[in-house]
Write a protein that binds this ligand. Sequence first.
Ligand code: ATP
Length: 397
Amino acid sequence: MAEVRLDEVSKVYADGTRAVDGLSLDIADGELLVLVGPSGCGKTTALRMVAGLEDISEGVLSIGGRVVNRVPARDRDIAMVFQSYALYPHLDVYDNIAFGLKLRKVPRAEIERRVAATGAALGLKDHLRRRPRALSGGQRQRVAMGRAIVREPQAFLMDEPLSNLDAKLRVQMRAEIARITRQLGVTTIYVTHDQTEAMTLGDRVAVMKKGVLQQVASPQELYDQPVNVFVAGFIGSPAMNLVTGVFTTSAEQVVLRIGDQCLRVDPALLQARPGVRAYFDRPVAVGIRPEDMQDMSLVPRDSAMLYATVDLVEALGSDLLVHLRIAADGVVTDDTRELARDAGLDPAAPAGSGVPLTEFVARFSPRSRIRKDELVEVAVDTARLHVFDLDTGRSIL
Ligand code: ATP
């Protein structure tokens, strides 16, 4: 196995599209790195450059310390698992897994040893003589992985390998991929547009937008400390609520004004984000995670609070997803314009004009008794607020 290093790597397609722009990433030996971002952000292009299926326009790619920009795909010693399993229907599991080794004229005894070991690692030992048709979706997926693993490559590349599976199997296979790659200690780059998949799988997650790397960090760090509005909105489900607000001081107390409402701010927020003081009395983008809002009747009375109208209550069993409306202006930066567009709102409205980004989603305890159309008191954990510069979208720390 080996480390994979991208140094300022870019891809400009013949038509001038800059699909990947100055991407620098170090994937350590044995690490599972997930590349995530919305459709068209350049993740597949990045992976294809590592695989050698796409020329690198600028920058340096090295694998195991060797620069491979000009090394053809077949000589890079990398295995790729795609969306479609691409199994040979007329071959059984054993022969599907052995196929690449036979092509390479690996000695028969060696093939037998490696296929047996791979079959055992993937829980396919009892299915080696079955054809793909007689396997479940998850088993076929494992065979596809087996074909890659058996080659004992330097690195493993996976492009949305689970997108053909139903929801339940995806969750199972996700856990399986995490287990197998860790067990084998294979350096892996895994591409997905699904942030949940990214968060559950990756040692580290790299978030991309329009060809540009936004942040690379552990799943928990991305969730707790997103560097900008884009990452904040992309990581977490339901997405972080974003709204314009103004921090100000009133009678020795820091308060946050959102629309015509005022929240008392926990001093812990300013300890964690001293930079916010420099933004007092001017608008900032404020992010509130659905998890950091709760039915006021279920928390201590002295919590900070917003008034809101309940638009919709979705009971998930474990939680209630409560769609709320509050009287407030929407945040409008380039990033939030995009979020607004994704949400089907009018992104053309100018800043500060009260774009109706005033819908909040909160994750309430199922013990809450609130109902649709009620005016409710919503407790907000202000120590956990996120604060962003309205112009640049960057997190203020
Ligand atoms: P998805 O999740 O939809 O597969 P992605 O993040 O993997 O998207 P890419 O497929 O890498 O994105 O595409 C990145 C950008 O490059 C897109 O704007 C796409 O339209 C463009 N692109 C991809 N292939 C080509 C090509 N051969 N010529 C020109 N532009 C291309």
